[in-house]
Design a protein around this ligand. Structure first.
Ligand SMILES: [Zn+2]
Ligand SMILES: [Zn+2]
Length: 237
């Protein structure tokens, strides 16, 4: 079967079993829509210039963070419909919920004037095995898979692994967050020579993305950029 037909059939089946829903509120939406009209009104998409191009924050934290990644592309701030969508990700893991967010993230790249051709590989911020077992899935990996479907950038699910259980980042101060994750990720040699696009849901202090970027670069990645649904306005949620 030709690839296009295979893709069409996969899309039709996915649509039949998991019709697209608004990631903000769960209402069924049309195939072309991402958010329903109600959530669309509470959607504010960011553009280049709205945040620091390097750290992706409204108020630059580059001096504190010393980013190892090249650039952050946030779809929006952690508020309104994007905030609701991120909260829903913790409980929903059907393709109907992740597919529209994959489209939102793919469109985000375009707003920042980058394309799929600028990256060789998608990686997701990993969860420890224990936490992933408890939740049943890693939402960053499901987002990355959806971005891959939309953009054609291959998703390498084993690019990053979390090898050590760490305290939940949201319970810690910004300073503690920076040290909490030290040595907790490893990167696969598959990233060597690749321009990596790292996917996550929220960008808060940037410590997680920075730790991931460090091990990816150590494993030979050429560059690491970060694509997220939301950047928080401050260094907390
Ligand atoms: Zn909605
Ligand atoms: Zn900055």
């Amino acid at each position: 079967m030709k690839n296009e037909w295979k893709q069409l059939l996969t899309d039709m089946l996915a649509h039949l079993f998991f019709p697209p829903v608004c990631p903000g509120c769960g209402r069924t939406v049309g195939k072309q829509e991402i958010f329903c009209p109600v959530c669309q009104k509470q959607l504010h998409l960011l553009r280049p210039g709205d945040t620091c191009p390097r750290c992706g924050k409204k108020t630059c934290i580059c001096d504190k963070l010393h980013p190892l990644f090249t650039q952050v592309y946030p779809a929006g701030f952690y508020e309104g419909s994007i905030q609701s969508a991120i909260r829903n990700l913790k409980f929903q893991h059907q393709p109907g919920h992740f597919r529209p967010l994959g489209r939102l993230l793919a469109n985000t790249l375009g707003r920042y004037h980058v394309t799929a051709a600028d990256f060789d590989l998608l990686a997701a911020v990993p969860m420890s095995r224990k936490r992933q077992k408890a939740r049943g899935y890693n939402q960053a990996a499901l987002l990355a898979r959806s971005v891959s479907e939309q953009t054609g950038i291959p998703f390498c699910s084993h690019a990053l692994t979390k090898i050590r259980e760490t305290k939940a980042q949201h319970d810690l101060s910004a300073q503690m967050r920076r040290t909490n994750l030290k040595g907790s990720f490893i990167a696969d040699s598959a990233v060597s020579g690749k321009r990596v696009l790292l996917v996550d849901d929220v960008f808060t202090t940037g410590s997680t993305a920075n730790e991931a970027a460090e091990v990816l670069l150590q494993a030979g990645a050429i560059s690491v950029d970060v694509l997220v649904l939301a950047s928080t306005r401050f260094e907390t949620l």
